[in-house]
Design a protein around this ligand. Structure first.
Ligand code: KIV
Ligand code: ZN
Length: 536
């Protein structure tokens, strides 16, 4: 085994696996591919593309990413597998076509997980690790092993587990704080001890130590950095910190800490930091998980200065209140201002600079929307364009498509919406309903057509940029009453009722797709074009 460059930190992105486990974050396979491409452009070293044994769809999505993004000069493509024979075989099917495939297998090792989850004794767990890591290594040269719930595992047993995994062929040892329980000091000390005391895995052995932290106490970034200071040279992170419960460590926070405090850490990554904001917006738009305004690095207020004394300092010299520039993470990428006089050429060129290759009919479509927006708004920003692209081209399979919507509202009379939808079989439905406001009326009309019971658990609207004519972005989350699963949707339009309808339909389409369209449609039901004016 060769030595490890001790100054290089590998970035292992698990947005498409742990991140996708966020409630409501289900992504279509086209969206996963697009995000994987963007992660490659961002410069991540390893993409955990999914959990192939979870479903045939997950397997197909991982295979597609392995083939299309896992090129020889691209990132390692990794799949997750429980320490179970069939999972590992399926995982290999998922990643084997990548130029650099990796199998990541895991088993809970804390007494709590052994007792309540797997029912294994410590001896049985060791035996399972021996068999499954050996199996994974017989298929793939690059094998990562994670002792799940390491943060609450007896450290002596953890050393035994890690030594065994290395003996059986693991090349990366990932130490997860699965439940976000540890503190930075404890975590740093644990990682340092593991590196020093695990036979066959010390410095110079070629084994990569990795940390994977969850944010239940808001300590994920601090813990990850403590792990790095203690010698970990791989960080497992997600864009915007999305993930199970309170989420995972944010890629942007760890990378910018290492970058901004380079003299302190003396470490480097391969991340092109100028791609961070674009990646963040893409993940937020596709998952429907809105980024809080005060989120470090990628929140809308991360570089906003409100207090007079701060503004005064900024005008004199930006270093007074900014420890990194907005440009360095990809805010305000362009000096080119697009407006109503800009032509197709300028739009195409700007989209290309933003990483979107849009041609032919697709370009015509975006151009028409760009013109409408530019007519209403003086300048169209990069954020506007990214929102238009996300709205126009990326979303779930369209089981129901919005044709038209008309609303009447105001202080006189009841808010009423008439909605025209077409389904995947080409059938058209028109319905009118009233509600407490125009969005409620529109959602009621859609519900009457789609007939997919759900609970609206989140609805948020905000403007992409400032100004009265700004593009409105809406994200919604709905929950299925049958199994409680939640689904997100995103829509953007200068008219927020239209954006709201698009977002709701996107979420409904996701829910219906996951249920199977045929199961929802009443048997033998003919196409109907109805007008319903019942009170919602
Ligand atoms: O949090 C966790 O323990 C995980 C493992 C599968 C690595 O996500
Ligand atoms: Zn995790």
């Amino acid at each position: 085994m060769t030595g490890v460059d001790e100054t290089y930190v590998r970035v292992f992105d698990t947005t498409l696996r742990d991140g996708e486990q966020s409630p409501g974050a289900t992504l279509s396979s086209a969206e996963k591919l697009e995000i994987a491409r963007q992660l490659a452009a961002l410069g991540v070293d390893i993409i955990e593309a999914g959990f192939p044994a979870a479903s045939p769809d997950d397997l197909a999505a991982v295979q597609r990413i392995a083939r299309e993004v896992g090129t020889p000069d691209g990132p390692v493509i990794c799949g997750l597998a429980r320490a179970v024979r069939d999972d590992i075989l399926t995982c290999w099917e998922g990643v084997k076509d990548a130029a650099k495939p990796r199998i990541h297998t895991f088993l809970g090792t804390s007494d709590i997980h052994l007792k309540y989850q797997t029912g294994l004794t410590r001896a049985q767990a060791l035996e399972r690790i021996r068999e499954m890591v050996t199996l994974a290594r017989s298929l793939c040269e690059d094998v990562e092993f994670s002792p799940m719930d390491a943060g609450r595992t007896d450290p002596d047993f953890l050393i035994e587990v890690c030594a065994l995994a290395v003996e059986c062929g693991a090349t990366t040892l990932n130490i997860p704080d699965t439940v976000g329980y540890v503190t930075p000091q404890e975590w740093g000390a644990l990682i340092a001890r593991l590196i020093a005391e695990t036979p066959g895995a010390g410095r110079g052995s070629g084994i990569i130590w990795s940390v994977h932290c969850h944010n239940d106490l808001g300590l994920a970034t601090a813990n990850t950095l403590a792990g790095v200071e203690a010698g970990a040279r791989q960080v497992e992170v997600t864009i915007n910190g999305i993930g199970e419960r309170a989420g995972n460590t944010s890629l942007e926070e760890v990378v910018m800490a290492l970058h901004t405090r380079a003299p302190y850490y003396g470490l480097r990554t391969n991340i092109n930091t100028r791609e961070i904001v674009k990646t963040s917006r893409m993940v937020s738009n596709y998952t429907g998980l809105h980024v809080q305004p005060n989120k470090a690095i990628v929140g809308a207020n991360a570089f906003a200065h409100e207090a007079g004394i701060h503004q005064d300092g900024m005008l004199k010299n930006a270093s007074t209140y900014e420890i990194m520039t907005p440009d360095s993470v990809g805010w305000s990428q362009s000096k080119l201002v697009l407006g109503k006089h800009s032509g197709r050429h300028a739009l195409k060129a700007r989209l290309q600079e933003l990483g979107y290759n849009v041609e032919g009919d697709a370009l015509n479509q975006v151009f028409a929307r760009f013109k409408a927006l530019a007519d209403a708004k003086k300048t169209v920003t990069d954020a506007d364009l990214q929102a238009l692209i996300a709205d126009e081209f990326h979303g779930p399979e369209e089981i129901f498509r919005l044709d038209d919507i008309q609303v009447t509202c105001g202080t006189m009379g009841m808010p009423t919406a008439t909605v025209k939808l077409t389904n995947a079989d080409g059938e058209t439905f028109i319905h009118a309903a009233v509600g407490t406001g125009p969005v409620h009326a529109a959602y009621s009309a859609i519900d009457a057509i789609v007939q997919a019971p759900n609970e609206l658990i989140e609805y948020s609207v905000h403007s992409v940029t400032e100004g009265i004519a700004a593009l409105g972005e809406v994200t919604v989350r709905i929950a299925s009453p049958s199994d409680g699963r939640s689904f997100g949707g995103y829509g953007a339009d200068a008219d927020i009722v239209v954006a709201s309808v698009k977002a709701y339909l996107a979420a409904l389409n996701r829910m219906i797709t996951s249920m199977g369209y045929g199961e929802r449609k009443p048997e033998g039901e003919a196409a109907t074009v109805g007008l319903n004016t019942e009170t919602a």
